[in-house]
Write a protein that binds this ligand. Structure first.
Ligand code: NCD
Length: 306
């Protein structure tokens, strides 16, 4: 059974196909409005979510299917001690496809190993978030026309930010990518990603604590929230949470065609005054998330029927 647990589960060609389908859905929504008739998506969210869960639900509804699920662990039998494996076996009796978010790294993989239907990782702890990455790739593709020869700055919580981990992994398969890692010392990209992804693929990268000094080089600036829920103590969070606040004055030396992205939710890291800048892409990114998830549901359901 084909699932999506890690972005590398799909080849570059498959990612390109998903992007092509999403673009076709944007242009011809009516063509797709009954494609998932009588199919059910189960959204199993053991952690909070607005965009990921609701975009999956909107995606399935726009494909003509329906949605069941829960939006918090305490609304499910997990609160009674049920294992992820048993939950996955149970939901396989009711639904055709699962989107799961869980605070524990690897939980969606365990679900996929036990389900008899496709499982989509909708975020597992501080590890991965492959459907945000598909969203980000569709955004980059539409804004930049491709993935080659881009200097991409990642700013904020690079330690716990799972969207950063998955996007760096995805971008490491394209040529001419340069990565700039901008974070406080305490929130640097984990060394396993530097070693297994950046160094292994020969991706040039540099690390800095100073956003403004690297701003003129960037084609893409990927801002992130400091991940409060993954900190061991509140004091550290309070000290680090406002490390970077993007304001219009910090963009004066940025490229005219910079693409500013953020997986959202934002807390303080992008001032609302930036929202009107034509380079701000984060709300377009939200919309693209629904279309790429439509393409993903279609692909996994088609493969399950083979
Ligand atoms: C991200 C996540 O859940 O990792 N949000 C999202 O899915 N768009 C980023 C975050 O919560 O900071």
């Amino acid at each position: 059974m084909r699932s999506l647990i890690d972005i590398l589960d799909f080849t570059v060609e498959e990612v390109n196909e998903l992007i092509a389908t999403a673009n076709d859905i944007i242009d011809n929504p009516d063509k797709y409005c009954e494609r998932c008739k009588r199919k059910k998506l189960a959204t199993l969210f053991f952690e909070p979510s607005t965009r990921t869960r609701l975009s999956f639900e909107a995606a399935m509804i726009e494909l003509g299917g329906s949605v069941i699920g829960f939006s918090a662990a305490n609304n499910s039998s997990a609160a009674k001690g049920e294992s992820v494996a048993d939950t996955a076996k149970t939901i396989s009796c009711y639904a055709d496809i699962i989107a799961m978010r869980h605070p524990k790294e690897g939980a969606p993989l365990v679900a996929a190993q036990n389900a008899t239907i496709p499982v989509i990782n909708a975020g597992d702890g501080g590890h991965n978030h492959p459907t945000q990455t598909l969203t980000d790739l569709l955004t980059i593709n539409r804004e930049k026309g491709g993935f080659e020869n881009l200097t991409v700055g990642f700013c904020g919580d690079l330690k716990f930010g799972r969207t950063v981990h998955s996007l760096i992994t995805a971008l490491s398969r394209y040529s001419g990518i340069n990565v700039v890692l901008i974070s406080p010392d305490e929130l640097k990209l984990p060394s396993y990603i530097k070693k297994d992804v950046l160094k292994k693929n020969g991706i040039p990268y540099k690390q800095t604590t100073d956003l403004e000094s690297v701003m003129p080089e960037l084609d893409i600036l990927y801002m992130t929230r400091v991940q409060r829920e993954r900190f061991f103590n509140e004091e550290d969070y309070l000290r680090l949470k406002d490390s970077y606040i993007l304001e219009p004055k910090k963009l004066v030396n940025a490229k005219k065609d910079l693409c500013i992205m953020h997986p959202l939710p934002r807390v303080n890291e992008i001032s609302v005054a930036v929202d009107d800048d034509p380079r701000a892409c984060y709300f377009k990114q939200v919309l693209y998330g629904k279309y790429i998830r439509m393409a993903l549901i279609l692909k996994l359901l088609e493969e399950a029927e083979k």
